[in-house]
Write a protein that binds this ligand. Structure first.
Ligand code: FAD
Length: 356
């Protein structure tokens, strides 16, 4: 069984293919029980979960697990979705005071991750760019609002950004704005946290062999129903198709960020949903997408955005400094070239050697 996630990159598809051993292991011998699959919608995209059941599981178990996963994701959206008017993050964004605003430890954990990536990326990943994201039409408003804003509006929105204007307190957990107009957007990192959240929920129930994917961000652990480590394929961006890279991941995560789906074109220029916080406008370099591997899906997600905003050279430099396995797909002329670092290449070569 193979599942594909389609993320059109520059009009072509960069398929994240989940490859069970079926493609590599024709014997098809059933070494483990059939994986349970749960599908659903969350955070404006889809999710899928595959896990190997426990011997003690009865027929009702999958439905119960599916119910718990859905409930956890609904509660998570209610915490960090700017698309829900009365979520905790929307209440903070609407809060026009500069006093402490109580939040929970999950909210703080995500902010700490975002602050760390902001620091390591020299400010490229900046969750306070929300006013600019919304101004350029990539926030909760309708896509029709996508337009090139007036310079004065850009300057006014930019004045309300800057991580230094967001204060974090641990005990009791709270956040504080230094300016009333501060607005945070966790879209670059919270989907990854959602994947980790579902992975932890499964592990707490004793499931040690699973794959969780939300909107293309993936975390795997253990083996699939054929007893081999989960294999993820990133296909070639060339129209001819094929696989660019296949990687086997166990207890690790993969996140991809690119100028796909979320963009608009005006006068032949593509405006991506990724905002350069300094220029206060969408990035304009030739990096089409970047895939990052990390033990935490939340950090993989945040780093993928940071590296994408930084572009090919500075993005690769960040990956090397932080020893992040990454693969870039870079536009070159009419086509694309891939660029991966040694850390990613090693994982890819180990996967090919294992050949299972
Ligand atoms: P990523 O690269 O992972 O993130 C890019 C996003 O981060 C941009 O869309 C922007 O919001 C923000 N961003 C842009 N530039 C920067 C920067 N320099 N630093 C930091 N952040 C930046 N979408 C819907 O259409 N409907 C929904 O109901 C909906 N609900 C959501 C609920 C939650 C909890 C979250 C986290 C997101 C939701 N989304 C929704 C948004 C959608 O799921 C994706 O998060 C969004 O498309 C970005 O994910 P990505 O992987 O495409 O890009």
């Amino acid at each position: 069984m193979t599942a594909f996630f389609r993320k059109p990159v520059a009009g072509i598809y960069c398929l994240l293919a989940l490859l069970s051993a079926l493609l590599f292991n024709s014997c098809g011998k059933q070494e483990n029980p059939q994986a349970v699959e749960i599908h659903g919608k969350t955070m404006g995209t889809t999710f899928q979960v595959k896990y190997l059941p426990l011997p003690s599981d009865d027929d009702q178990r999958p439905e119960a697990i599916g119910g718990e996963i859905n409930a956890a994701l609904i509660a998570f959206n209610q915490l960090v979705s700017t698309y829900i008017k009365d979520s905790r993050i929307s209440s903070f964004n609407q809060f026009a005071d500069t006093t402490w605003f109580p939040v929970d430890s999950t909210f703080l954990h995500i902010l700490e991750g975002a602050r760390e990536i902001n620091r390591l990326s020299g400010g490229a990943m900046d969750i306070t760019v929300g006013p600019l994201v919304n101004l350029w039409g990539f926030g909760p408003g309708s896509p029709e609002q996508r337009h090139i804003p007036e310079a004065a509006a850009i300057a006014a929105a930019k004045a309300n950004t800057g991580m230094e204007k967001l204060e974090i307190r641990h005990d009791p957990p709270a956040v504080r704005k230094q300016i009333p107009g501060l607005y945070i957007d966790l879209s670059s990192i919270a989907k990854g946290y959602g994947v980790d959240l579902v992975g932890r929920l499964l592990e707490k129930k004793g499931y040690a062999n699973y794959l969780v994917e939300i909107g293309g961000e993936v975390r795997t652990r253990g083996v699939n129903e054929r007893g081999v480590v989960w294999r993820l394929g990133i296909s070639s961006p060339e129209i001819s198709g094929g696989l660019q890279a296949v990687i086997a991941l166990d207890n690790f995560s993969m996140a991809t960020s690119g100028d796909y789906m979320n963009y608009f074109e005006e006068n032949g220029v593509r405006y991506s949903h990724l905002i350069d916080p300094v220029a206060a406008k969408p990035i304009s370099h030739n990096l089409a997408s970047v895939t990052v591997l990390h033990p935490s899906c939340m950090m993989a997600d945040g780093f993928a955005t940071a590296i994408n905003v930084l572009g090919p050279e500075q993005g690769m430099a960040l990956a090397e400094r932080e020893n992040l396995p990454i693969m870039m797909i870079i536009r070159e002329g009419e086509g694309f070239v891939e660029k991966m670092n040694d850390a990613f290449r090693l994982i890819r070569e180990k996967t090919e050697e294992s050949g299972n």
